[in-house]
Ligand binder design. Structure first.
Ligand code: C2E
Ligand code: MG
Ligand code: MG
Ligand code: MG
Length: 290
């Protein structure tokens, strides 16, 4: 009996040691560790007026500054973060960081500066979003910034009473909604019918074929027509060439893309605001984790 007890005891001890030291870390655990270490950092990409090129705002794009892998692109970790729900505190932290740094630069911002965050469907069912948006706006002089939530379509967003009530409260706070990657998801048109949408972002897969494929040009023209009939402002994403920008000028309100400026780290974006010109293309290299 003593031997059995000793065996059992040592088994428990070795399991404990393995769990503490040798256990392979789950992606969820790794994301939570990175969140505590504040490794998720904001990059900002300028949004400019299609006529005249004035800087109108920016989209916040998340990057993972990993201690050993370097800078990791969002599509390599956002889906996993959505799956386990860590995306909610990750986005909350990102909003807080952007608010703090951008607020200290608010004298340099034009009034009504758009600041867009990508919001996952899981987050749209979480009432903590209201407090996060309120806290974000509280950093700024009223009217200085317009907070825009970009709804992405990796997961279906359901217009249940819960979500609709949350969106109504966001509306009352003056928070705007954008449908991201419009034209690619399964639910874009349904969203237009069910949610009070302020902006449509035409997906870069259509914009990228302007000038080479008339089919894509027809699709773009029809989305523009739809948007203007519905009174929704249009944003073209992924504008890379002068030809694309010329095609879109006067048709959409805003342009975003490498031609107008690459995503840059937040402090650098703030530094470039000094010149009141859109940040210049700088070729930020994204090194995906091997
Ligand atoms: P998105 O919201 O549609 O963001 C636009 C993506 O296109 C960004 O990729 C941006 O860097 C890239 N892009 C901008 N201009 C150009 C261009 O001219 N040409 C090309 N080829 N690409 C351009 P990124 O930063 O890798 O982000 C990918 C996606 O990850 C985003 O697509 C968004 O869906 C998601 N994402 C990024 N940050 C967050 C976040 O904080 N939260 C959530 N939930 N999703 C995020
Ligand atoms: Mg977006
Ligand atoms: Mg997009
Ligand atoms: Mg996209």
């Amino acid at each position: 009996l003593t031997i059995l007890m000793l065996l059992g005891f040592s088994l428990i001890i070795s399991l404990l040691v393995w769990w503490l030291l040798g256990r392979p870390r789950s992606m969820e655990g790794e994301l939570k560790r990175a969140l505590r270490a504040r490794e998720f950092v904001p990059y900002l990409q300028p949004l400019v007026a299609s006529d005249g090129g004035k800087l109108m705002g920016a989209e916040v794009l998340m990057r993972w500054q990993h201690p050993t892998c370097g800078l990791i692109r969002p599509d390599l970790f956002i889906p996993q973060a959505e799956e386990c729900g860590v995306i909610v505190p990750m986005t909350a932290q990102l909003m807080q960081t952007v608010a703090q740094q951008l607020a200290s630069w608010q004298d340099k911002l034009p009034d009504g500066f758009h600041i867009g965050f990508n919001i996952s469907a899981v987050h749209c069912r979480d009432f903590s979003l209201l407090a996060q948006c309120r806290a974000f706006l509280a950093h700024f002089i009223p009217g200085r910034v317009v907070l825009v939530l970009e709804l992405t379509e990796r997961e279906l967003l359901v217009a249940d009473p819960h979500t609709l009530s949350l969106f109504r409260q966001l509306d009352e706070m003056g928070v705007k909604l954008a449908i991201d990657d419009f034209g690619t998801g399964h639910s874009s048109l349904v969203y237009l019918q069910q949610f009070r949408v302020d902006y449509l972002k035409i997906d870069k897969s259509f914009i990228g074929r302007i000038g080479t494929e008339s089919l894509s040009e027809h699709i773009v023209d029809n989305v523009i027509d739809l948007g203007s009939r519905l009174g929704v402002a249009l944003i073209a994403e992924g504008v890379e060439t002068r030809q694309q920008a010329d095609y879109l000028r006067g048709k959409v309100a805003y342009l975003q893309g490498y031609l107008l400026g690459r995503p840059v780290p937040l402090p650098r974006f703030c530094g470039e605001l000094r010149s009141s010109a859109p940040p210049t293309p700088c070729g930020v290299e994204l090194a995906p984790c091997p």
